[in-house]
Design a binder for this molecule. Structure first.
Ligand code: FAD
Ligand code: NAP
Length: 519
């Protein structure tokens, strides 16, 4: 089966990224995040069709070859472009015109190893399937001579890294199995622990900054679907408690799976998906719906504020992946509202595009159908808000979604915040998501202010009109005090975000004061 994420194989960087490893030289490069318009007949569906047409996309008539570095470097032109990802070499020339990030982005890895660049932009893309028909072969292994008299560097690193690595243990009572993970890290919290226990398969992942520790075993005996997670935050101890189906003594926890007891970079760990059930679908506006998904019983998953998940669904026999940012079931107005995080449901506010590949498929899901949901991703850190006095949120259309949890977190948990302002750009009044609730919140909480700006208003609109611009931003984006600490978060269509960041910088805001939500 083919699996694709139709955004791009890679499409550039919003933040400054180190491409040193990829480029093989000491350099820091900033590349704009932008999709380029594709020619007609070059959509994701068209690519899927081409890969299934039986056409020889490598030019090697099905033959696989071993590629040397020298050979790889020769294929560095658009009309003859090979790229290596994780040791496998692909001829990406046929894909060039289908890459939403544009040919130039792909060409950055032409004739070279693009693994790091690929991982930094979107490691979740199942390129193996997507480029299956473009596979040229494997890289030839180069023998490396070990330096004399010293331990190989890898070994030295491995042993020091081992001391810092989490470890695990397990014990049992008549009815329970407890797996204890010693993370050796303070400030563990429930957002950092992801557990999936289905049938006899247990997977527990602990997120520790850019690293991940995994316990994954095929359990010795059956357990019930109820899983409890206890966290001793101060000492960094995590307990995963399973209920035995039968009160028998286990001789072992189970058979370790690949990746069990490893502590590696998150970018090196594949994204894990579990199937979630569609519980409800409610209208938010004429084209946007709130999808409520239910996690399986054996899953412990919290999606941190500011992070997104990937949904994976089979469309026309192909797995397609798209990112979405979970919201709350509604916008809470105060502390008295019923708790929004029940740990079981995931709410997604999704705009259905009339020609959208994925959103049309989502819209056709029936209540009770299943869809795969990934572990969370994203680089937003709550601590960015916790030290701010003014929080300014710039949202365009569904770019409002990350602002929902952020708003709630800021207004309920951050005491140093003096002002929270949402500047919400939409085309028409009918497009404004949760307009009434936002207005109610502004009335209720004097720290919060909302400003709606429409680019295509009807003649009855008495509010602000316009597009994101330097003058609009200088009117609405202000510090409450001359020296107040400010955080400005921005999210919307890629060009909206890109322009917004530039205008903010032109207005004198620093990179540290701006957070742009991107994939
Ligand atoms: P597509 O098939 O990609 O098309 C979307 C629209 O654009 C259609 O109208 C189509 O006709 C048009 N179009 C497609 N390609 C072109 C082109 N080359 N030129 C001109 N027009 C074109 N969306 C939400 O609704 N809610 C969220 O919470 C959310 N969170 C996100 C989080 C992140 C991190 C990111 C990056 C995106 C998020 N999105 C969200 C957007 C989402 O991932 C999808 O891009 C969106 O749902 C559209 O998918 P689609 O397959 O239906 O549309
Ligand atoms: P939309 O309705 O098309 O537009 C919303 C507002 O943005 C409108 O005022 C629109 O004005 C403006 N806008 C659109 N394109 C612009 C551009 N090129 N330059 C300046 N302003 C522009 O938006 P939408 O359909 O809801 O799309 C929302 C976008 O947000 C999607 O691209 C989605 O991928 C993204 N998103 C990202 C994340 C994330 O975390 N990264 C999360 C959620 C959503 P005009 O009248 O000028 O078009």
């Amino acid at each position: 089966m083919l699996c694709v994420l139709d955004l791009h194989l890679w499409r550039g960087f919003e933040n400054t990224c180190c491409l040193e490893a990829f480029l093989g030289k000491q350099t820091w490069t900033k590349v704009a995040l932008r999709n380029v318009p594709l020619k007609p007949g070059r959509s994701l569906m068209d690519w899927i069709r081409l890969t299934k047409s039986g056409k020889d996309l490598t030019g090697l008539k099905g033959r696989l070859t071993e590629v040397t570095e020298d050979e790889l470097s020769k294929h560095n032109k658009k009309e003859d472009c090979w790229i290596c990802i994780r040791g496998f070499v692909y001829n990406v020339t046929p894909y060039m015109e289908y890459h939403p990030g544009g040919e130039d982005e792909l060409m950055k890895a032409a004739g070279a190893d693009g693994t790091d660049l690929f991982d930094q932009v979107h490691r979740w893309v199942n390129y193996e399937s997507m480029l299956k028909e473009c596979l040229v072969g494997r890289m030839a292994v180069k023998p490396v001579a070990a330096p004399k008299g010293v331990l190989p560097e890898k070994k030295v690193l491995a042993s020091s890294a081992k001391d810092l690595s989490p470890s695990y243990d397990w014990f049992q009572t008549d009815s329970l199995i407890t797996i204890v993970i010693y993370t050796k890290q303070k400030d563990m919290n429930a957002d950092l622990v992801i557990v999936d226990c289905q049938d006899k398969q247990l997977r527990g992942e602990i997120i520790m900054d850019d690293h991940s520790y995994l316990v994954e075993v095929d359990l010795d005996h059956a357990v019930s679907e109820d899983v409890a997670v206890n966290i001793a935050e101060k000492v960094g101890k995590v307990e995963i408690i399973l209920n035995k189906k039968d009160n028998i003594h286990w001789k072992m926890l189970g058979q370790p799976c690949e990746g069990h007891n490893t502590f590696i970079k998150r970018t090196d760990r594949g994204l894990f998906y579990r199937k979630c059930k569609l519980i409800s679908k409610t209208e938010v506006t004429h084209d946007t719906k709130l999808f409520c998904l239910m996690l399986p019983r054996g899953t412990h998953l919290r999606i941190p504020t500011g992070q997104h998940v990937y949904l994976k669904h089979i469309i026309a026999g192909t797995e397609v992946v798209k990112p979405y940012t979970p919201v709350l079931p509604f916008l809470p107005l105060d502390f008295q509202e019923p708790p929004c995080h029940d740990g079981v449901h995931i709410y997604l506010m999704i705009k259905i595009y009339s020609h959208g590949l994925f959103t049309q498929a989502l819209d056709h899901l029936q209540i009770g159908d299943y869809i795969s949901v990934s572990n969370p991703e994203g680089n937003f850190k709550k601590s960015q808000v916790q030290t701010s006095e003014d929080l300014l949120l710039l949202a365009g259309g569904t770019g409002f979604t990350p602002m929902v949890k952020l708003l709630n977190f800021a207004l309920t948990e951050v005491s140093c915040l003096r002002t929270v302002k949402l500047i919400f750009f939409n085309k028409t009044e009918d497009d404004i998501l949760w307009k009434n609730r936002l207005e109610q919140l502004a009335l209720k909480d004097e720290r919060f202010e909302v400003q709606f700006i429409l680019s295509q208003p009807s003649k009855d609109w008495v509010g602000k009109q316009g597009k994101i611009s330097s003058s609009l931003l200088s009117e609405f984006v202000k510090r409450s005090r001359r020296d107040s600490k400010v955080l400005i978060c921005i999210c919307g269509p890629a060009p909206f975000t890109e322009q917004g960041v530039q205008y903010l910088k032109d207005l004198g805001y620093s990179q540290e004061e701006i957070h742009a939500f991107t994939a």
